[in-house]
Structures are given as structure tokens and as C-alpha cells.
Design a protein around this ligand. Structure first.
Ligand SMILES: C[S@@+](CC[C@H](N)C(=O)[O-])C[C@H]1O[C@@H](n2cnc3c(N)ncnc32)[C@H](O)[C@@H]1O
Length: 346
């Protein structure tokens, strides 16, 4: 009897069709969060709760429509309704503010705009094996972001702020103390190399990315107080990378490219580096079988954004490195879903 009672008070697990509907309507939640982030609602709530009338007046939206989105988001914990029509931040929406360390506002906007539209065309990628982003927007991702400065700004901000946890984990988990000069290849606007330099006071750094991207890097590097130890170089890693450093780090670069292009980037690093140089690749590593990992959906994302873009298994990295003249020495997992894959020049 006792057992039976316990059984009936335990909520039944969700029927498969309900669980499936929850998954298939997932974009209702993600696009509602995108709209709140884009409108800057979390920033408007940073000093305390506000009514939907006030929020609507500040964001140029209709109060009733905004209320319905806020009410829906509140039931999944993104905001909380404190009095009728009045909302406050929660820990979840706090990280959508633009002024907090580790803010995910820019990356939420990045996912919600062009990339969301590219996902709407997933069947194109499945049928052709080609990038749905390029199909939709008529050009490669990086060209698109350099020709559309507003979207490019969001992309660069997302790369700068969206990976604070990753940066901290890499700095904590990898020992940079034996390295004298480190080049961050495709390092965006420098927030990653700046965190490594801040934690390793004798290290010299070089930030390398496209000229249009590094044009905005000086402010980031100076604000981090490492300008004296960090050179900023614009160029293309298809052609060459800055020479003579003893280590080259590539974070979320190789996953944008097919094996052939990745190989040419790695060979350029090999050619440029000092003898006994090290290669450090920071990426999500796809685990085997059914093991859950964000890497598996990130892999689909990469497939739709970039021709040949993919996340790789450790064995695939090993093979890629060998083809470029490196030997994989260790893979160090971190708490932030990325691993540091170290290789040496052979
Ligand atoms: C996914 S982002 C990663 C940025 C940064 N490493 C991070 O983890 O936040 C890829 C970077 O590669 C850069 N990139 C793309 N094509 C490039 C090229 N031909 N030469 C140099 N950098 C390039 C982009 O500008 C971008 O900053």
C-alpha cells in the first residue's frame, strides 16, 4: 500500500509525444529569449523590477505583446513576475545583461539572427552537403560579417564575451609557464590572449586575425592592461601567420574549416614556429557513441555555417595533426566543454 501510494504521488514521466513537442517547440523559447536580449530588457531590469508599460516605452514595443513574451519566459525561469505585469531578473536573465562578466547577450543575438535563419534551411544542407548560411546569405560567413558591420560587431562581441568561462578554464587547466612567445591565430579581438597574458606575467603574446577584426583589438588589449606584451597583427592564415614564436594557439578556428583548409592553416603554423614549437588547439572534442555532448549539435551548427565546418573526435585531430607534421601529445578536458589539445612539431 505504502509503495503504491509513493508510486501514485511520483509525477509520471512525460509521455513521448509531450517530450517530443517540448523539443520541437524549443525555438519558441530561444527566439523569445533572443527578442528580450536584442531589446536590452535585462539591462533595463538591472536596478530592480519594472512594469511592462515602462519596458515597452523604453524599447519601442507594445506593452501587451511584451507582457505575453515576458510571462512565457518567466515560466521557464528566464524572468520572474513579482507583481501583476511587473518583472524582475533571475540568475538566468542576469547573464543576458551586457555589463556582466561572461555575458551571453551577444552570442544569444548571434544565434537568433542570421544563424537562426540558416537553421531554418537545414534540409538544404542535408540534401546538398553545403552551407545553408551561404545559400541564404550568398557569401561565406566571415565575408558576410565583414561586409555587414552591425552583424560583424555582434559576432566579434560574441567571441569576446561569450567565452569567459572557457578562457578561465583554459588558463586554469593548461600550464603556459614554459612558453615564451604565444601567437593566438584567429584570436578575434584579443580577449583570450589577454587572459592568458594576465595569468602568465613573463609571456609575450601576438594576436593574429583578419585586418577588419584586429582593427577593434587595441581597445580590448589596452583595457586588459597587457598592451606592452601583446603585438597585434592583421593578415590571413591562408597565407601565413606571424613567425618565430614557440607556441601557436587556435581556439574555435579549425572547427570552421574542412580538413584541407585546416591542414593549410596548420602547415602555416608549422612553417612559422620555432623548432620544438607547440601547437595548442582549443575545441570541443566529439565523444564516442551516445555520450551526450554539446559538441554534437555544435557540429551540426558548423556544418550549416561553413562549407566543411565540423567538430572532430580526438582521433580525427590526431590524424589532421600528423598530416601537418605535428604529433598529438595530450588532450586536456576542461569544465567548459572545450579541451586543450596539445601537439608538438615533429
Ligand atoms: C569562431 S571565431 C573564433 C575567435 C576566437 N579564437 C575565439 O575563440 O573567440 C574564428 C576567427 O577566425 C578568424 N578568421 C577567419 N578567417 C580568417 C583568416 N583568413 N585569417 C585569419 N583569421 C581568420 C575570424 O575573424 C574569427 O575571429
Amino acid at each position: 500500500m505504502q509503495l503504491q501510494q509513493e508510486k501514485t504521488t511520483t509525477p509520471p514521466s512525460m509521455p513521448p509525444e509531450m517530450a517530443m513537442l517540448q523539443m520541437t517547440s524549443g525555438y519558441w523559447i530561444s527566439q523569445s529569449i533572443y527578442s528580450a536580449a536584442k531589446l536590452g530588457i535585462p539591462d533595463l531590469l538591472k536596478d530592480g523590477p519594472k512594469s511592462c508599460e515602462d519596458l515597452a516605452a523604453a524599447t519601442g514595443t507594445k506593452a501587451r505583446a511584451l507582457y505575453r513574451v515576458m510571462r512565457a519566459l518567466a515560466q521557464v525561469g528566464v524572468f520572474a513576475e513579482v507583481q501583476e505585469g511587473c518583472f524582475t531578473l533571475t540568475p538566468l536573465s542576469d547573464c543576458l545583461r551586457s555589463d556582466v562578466p561572461g555575458s551571453v547577450r551577444a552570442i544569444t543575438i548571434l544565434f537568433g539572427e542570421e544563424q537562426y535563419k540558416a537553421w531554418g534551411d537545414i534540409l538544404y544542407t542535408l540534401r546538398t552537403g553545403e552551407s545553408s548560411f551561404e545559400h541564404k546569405f550568398g557569401m561565406p560567413v566571415f565575408q558576410y560579417y565583414s561586409q555587414n558591420p552591425e552583424s560583424g560587431k555582434v559576432f566579434n562581441e560574441a567571441m569576446t564575451s561569450g567565452s569567459d568561462a572557457e578562457k578561465a578554464e583554459v588558463v586554469k587547466c593548461y600550464d603556459f609557464s614554459t612558453i615564451h612567445k604565444l601567437v593566438d591565430v584567429g584570436g578575434g579581438q584579443g580577449s583570450f590572449i589577454a587572459s592568458i597574458l594576465k595569468a602568465n606575467l613573463t609571456l609575450q603574446g601576438v594576436l593574429f586575425d583578419l585586418p577588419s577584426v584586429v582593427a577593434g583589438a587595441q581597445a580590448v588589449i589596452s583595457a586588459e592592461g597587457v598592451a606592452e606584451r601583446c603585438e597585434i597583427v592583421g593578415g590571413s592564415f591562408y597565407e601565413s601567420v606571424p613567425s618565430s614564436a614557440d607556441a601557436y594557439i587556435l581556439k574555435h578556428v579549425l572547427h570552421d574549416w574542412d580538413d584541407e583548409t585546416s591542414l593549410s592553416i596548420l602547415k602555416n603554423c608549422h612553417r612559422a614556429m620555432a623548432e620544438n614549437g607547440k601547437l595548442l588547439v582549443v575545441e570541443q572534442v566529439v565523444p564516442p557513441g551516445n555520450e551526450p555532448a554539446l559538441a554534437k549539435f555544435m557540429d551540426v551548427n558548423m556544418m550549416m555555417l561553413h562549407p566543411g565546418g565540423c567538430e572532430r573526435t580526438e582521433a580525427e585531430y590526431r590524424a589532421l595533426f600528423e598530416a601537418a607534421g605535428f604529433q598529438l601529445t595530450k588532450t586536456i578536458p576542461t569544465q567548459a566543454m572545450v579541451s586543450v589539445i596539445e601537439a608538438v612539431r615533429v
